[in-house]
Design a protein around this ligand. Structure first.
Ligand code: HEC
Length: 237
């Protein structure tokens, strides 16, 4: 799905982020994190332990000092590998709730409008998982994540100053939309996009720019009833 030079001329140039697997040293597709910075669930968990919680593991045995500190303590795993493995297994096997409202005419109309507005160009709905996943229950599964896992330039309105080595300020991995309709119930409130600035789904769509500008304009051009059908569809995911 990567099309970095927009060879198909649709104005959307998804870019694959290659990141180094901290354990094998191999370059792999970045799949997790707002900027697709982590290659695997284990990489994501070890990185969150280190940078969000200050807990070192064999995967990231050095303390996360930040740019202003020269020395912030000794290196060495604090959490045994056994616990990192258990956490990784737990997170890998969390289920995704089934879609709801499958016979709701408004939601189904919204699903068609989601496709007509070009949202599927990035929020790709269907994949089959590989036959090689370490967990047998995750092999050959049809899944509906609504993401292409690619980085897209979303324009200056969504750009942050926190650049990463090889991802620009305005580049974000397409946010997966599965489960998004359960946000309010699970989180006790709504806050979308990478910094939580959007107070509802409509605001999240209206912040789209850059490669998603045309698609956003297609959404804006819908009638009020059609826009609420799109939102109704998103709430069934
Ligand atoms: C060019 C690719 C692209 C297109 C086209 C696109 N999106 Fe997105 N979408 C993204 C990216 C990237 C993000 C994450 C942006 C961020 O967090 O700053 C996102 C985020 C979202 C979110 C918020 C998700 C969350 O968890 O916070 C919603 C809702 C959404 N898109 C809906 C839509 C709808 C509806 C359309 C069609 C009108 C659409 N998108 C078209 C790339 C795209």
């Amino acid at each position: 799905m990567a099309d970095p030079d927009d060879l198909d001329g649709d104005g959307i140039s998804g870019r694959m982020r290659r990141v180094r697997d901290p354990e094998s040293g191999q370059l792999r597709l970045g799949r997790f994190g707002w900027k697709a910075s982590q290659a695997s669930v284990r990489h994501q968990v070890a990185s969150a332990l280190n940078t969000d919680l200050g807990v070192m593991t064999s995967t990231f045995p050095a303390p996360d000092c930040g740019p202003m500190q020269m020395d912030c303590g000794a290196s060495g795993a604090e959490l045994p590998d056994e616990h990192l493995d258990t956490l990784t297994t737990y997170v890998s096997l969390l289920g995704v709730r089934a879609r709801r409202g499958l016979t709701d005419p408004e939601a189904l109309a919204g699903e068609a409008l989601f496709a007509d507005s070009g949202c599927l160009a990035c929020h790709v709905n269907t994949f089959t998982t590989t036959p090689y996943h370490p967990h047998a229950e995750l092999r050959n599964q049809t899944i509906h994540p609504y993401t292409d896992l690619m980085l897209h330039d979303m324009g200056p309105g969504l750009a942050s100053t926190l650049n990463e080595a090889d991802a620009g300020g305005g580049e974000w991995r397409t946010a997966p939309l599965w489960g998004i309709g359960l946000t309010a119930g699970v989180s006790g409130g709504e806050a979308y996009l990478h910094d939580g600035r959007a107070r509802n789904l409509e605001e999240a769509i209206l912040w789209h720019g850059g490669e998603a500008e045309e698609s956003k304009q297609a959404f804006v051009a819908l009638t009020a009833a059609q826009r609420s059908a799109v939102i109704m569809f998103l709430k069934t995911l």
